[in-house]
Design a protein around this ligand. Structure first.
Ligand SMILES: O=c1ccn([C@@H]2O[C@H](COP(=O)(O)O)[C@@H](O)[C@H]2O)c(=O)[nH]1
Length: 281
């Protein structure tokens, strides 16, 4: 494979061409059942293949949730591998939502799993947890730089429980979330048109004006749809940083399957609402 352009550059182009919507692939057992599928590998395969068939050619970014594939063991991982390959072959970017984080030496192995160009699970970016210390992510940052891939670091997550950690105030007066954002701004310094090191910032969080979201990198924003946030909330949550937001919707789109037209209509409705909301800033 020839060297890839940096993830941030590829993401900016994909957002310009296809819009910023990210569709999450979360094959919950309840969704498999609602689609009339069994909660087994054949059901997983059919579900995932239908999402790819319906949306891979039009949506910019996909975020497979690794947990829903891992729960089927090696055969589930095989379904995930195929989906990643098919999505990328259709011109979409893949953010693997595996939320890895460990001491540096183990982090290097996680990075090789998802961000090394020769890995079967090679993805354009990976979600990672900085809660063993931001510095523990260095092997992933380094490998991402070498391979033209990216990271999305959990900074201010969409779930209410996140606040007890992420809003905690350090001795220097900064919150943990703000500290993570600061590290990302440093990683992305000077990158054009967009850095490759993004933050996960929930769309559910309300006014974040006390946080400096100008990290010169993408802001992956889960929480739209099933968790209650809407595209119209985006400008109020993200302010000027909204142009770098990648709004992510999983169940809000997936519940419209298994009909491929239903999935397309749902994704296109979210894309339109996002365009309207973000265009208004
Ligand atoms: O802060 C976070 C980080 C990640 N997620 C993940 O996004 C999807 C949300 O799914 P919905 O069905 O759209 O609610 C899911 O995979 C989460 O693990 C998040 O929700 N919040």
């Amino acid at each position: 494979m020839s060297a890839l352009e940096p993830f941030g550059t590829r993401l900016r182009h994909a957002m310009d061409e296809r819009g910023p919507l990210c569709v999450g692939i979360d094959p919950h057992a309840s969704l498999l059942s609602a689609w009339g599928l069994n909660d087994d590998v054949a059901g997983l395969e059919r579900f995932t293949g239908t999402v790819v068939e319906a949306l891979a050619g039009t949506v910019a970014v996909f975020k497979p949730q690794s947990a829903f594939f891992e729960r089927f063991g090696s055969r589930g991982i095989a379904v995930l591998e195929k989906a990643v390959g098919d999505l990328r072959a259709a011109g979409a970017l893949v953010v693997m939502d595996a939320k890895r984080g460990d001491i540096g030496s183990t982090m290097a192995a996680y990075a090789e799993t998802f961000l090394h160009k020769d890995s079967p699970l090679f993805s354009d970016a990976l979600t990672v947890s900085p809660y063993l210390g931001y510095g523990s992510l260095k092997p992933a940052v380094d490998l991402a730089r070498e391979n033209g891939t990216g990271l999305f670091v959990l900074a201010l997550t969409s779930n209410p429980e996140g606040a007890e950690v992420q809003h905690a105030v350090r001795e220097d007066g900064r919150t943990i979330g703000a500290t993570i954002l600061g590290h990302l701004a440093a990683e992305n310094a000077g990158a054009r048109p967009l850095g490759s090191f993004g933050a996960v910032v929930g769309a559910t969080l309300g006014d974040l004006s006390s946080y400096d979201l100008a990290v010169n990198g993408p802001l992956l924003a889960p929480g739209i749809g099933a968790q209650g946030a809407t595209p119209a909330d985006l400008p109020g949550v993200f302010g000027d940083a909204v142009r770098n937001v990648v709004p992510s919707v999983s169940r809000g789109v997936l519940r419209h399957g298994p009909d491929v037209v239903g999935l397309r209509v749902a994704a296109s409705r979210f894309a339109d609402e996002i365009r309207e909301a973000v265009g208004s800033v």
